[in-house]
Write a protein that binds this ligand. Structure first.
Ligand SMILES: Nc1ncnc2c1ncn2[C@@H]1O[C@H](COP(=O)(O)OP(=O)(O)O)[C@@H](O)[C@H]1O
Ligand SMILES: O=C(O)C1=C[C@@H](OP(=O)(O)O)[C@@H](O)[C@H](O)C1
Length: 298
């Protein structure tokens, strides 16, 4: 039987020491569960086709030899198959790489509405074993569960901004949180004082892509985009462009920048829409690492 068949349908909890991926080869053990009553031990040799730290999306060859119920591997199964490198494992490795430099500091995601702060923030919090907070949701809690749209309608934008600053002040005293900030949090210098207690990351997404994403979900929860005239995409695009213009000097205050245009160019993609939240989270970790290493003077 081929090794591919031997592992077919088996869900496994991989304990592969991917930390070693920088090497061309490593020997490790996988402990596999499911589909079999007995535990199946697989000794593996992992070959990277090109030794590189940038292994994103590359296929690796995993040479597998199985040991089942203490029957030696050669008499049971052996073979090799191509396996896609698990993005989640890579994320985990990258997160482990930065943990010593991060030393529990919070991560603040900044960027325009729809830039993916919440989506990417949740992924980052998961891999870093941090808690996730959305500053808009915390403002809503402070105002008895009133939605951001209603806060703007009832009390106005300044009231919302004051609450947002209060929330950021409280968060600045905490540790081990990933925070998705509101798109306009960057305009108040005092907010930067709080966000600089942690590491800030700007998700820099072209306005066209933002407008596409927001048009797809509607503008109900985003009062600054409410408008009656024109078709949904055009009015969202126009409003976002004006807001981005006003804030274009504020976003670069962030410690690290994830540019979707740069990512797409690097990966040979013609459209930033092809970049998955996981890929963006990986790039965020990479950029955070560069910042932290620079900060440490290495
Ligand atoms: N990389 C991505 N590709 C496609 N759609 C995305 C991506 N990231 C986020 N989205 C979608 O865009 C919308 C806005 O994302 P969200 O994370 O809420 O942004 P923010 O918190 O910055 O306002 C959501 O519908 C989300 O599913
Ligand atoms: O850009 C802005 O000024 C705003 C962005 C919103 O958050 P998201 O960026 O999470 O949509 C929310 O804070 C509020 O509607 C104002």
């Amino acid at each position: 039987m081929e090794a591919t068949k031997a592992v077919q349908g088996v869900r496994f909890s991989a304990m592969l020491q991917f930390k070693r991926l920088g090497r061309t080869e490593s020997n490790d053990s996988l402990r596999m569960f499911g589909g079999f009553k007995e535990q199946l031990f697989v000794s593996s040799k992992l070959h990277l086709t090109t030794p590189s730290r940038r292994i994103r999306g590359r296929m690796v060859s995993l040479v597998v030899a199985c040991l089942h119920n203490n029957v030696p591997a050669p008499t049971l199964e052996s073979g090799s198959f191509q396996a896609p490198v698990d993005e989640k494992l890579i994320l985990k490795i990258k997160s482990q790489e930065i943990q010593p430099y991060l030393s529990g500091r919070c991560i603040y995601l900044v960027g325009m509405m729809g830039s993916g702060k919440t989506t990417v923030g949740r992924i980052l919090s998961h891999v870093l074993s941090y808690s996730f907070f959305d500053s808009d949701a915390l403002v809503e809690e402070q105002v008895d569960g009133t939605s951001v749209a209603d806060i703007f309608k009832k009390y106005g934008e300044s009231f919302f901004r004051n609450k947002e600053t209060e929330v950021l002040q409280k968060l600045s005293m905490m540790r081990r949180h990933v925070i998705s900030t509101g798109g306009g949090a960057v305009v108040r210098p005092i907010n930067w004082k709080y966000m600089h207690q942690g590491i800030s990351v700007w998700l820099d997404v072209p306005v066209e892509a933002l407008a596409r994403r927001i048009t797809a979900v509607g503008t109900d929860s985003r009062p600054l985009l409410h408008s009656k005239a024109g078709d949904a995409y055009t009015k969202t695009f126009m409003r976002l462009s004006a807001l981005f213009e006003e804030r274009s000097e504020a976003y670069p205050n962030a410690n690290a920048r994830v540019s979707l245009e740069n990512m797409a160019a690097k990966l040979g993609r013609s459209d930033v829409s092809d970049l998955s939240p996981t890929a963006i989270a990986m790039e965020a970790l990479e950029q955070i690492k560069d910042f932290l290493i620079g900060e440490d003077g290495y």
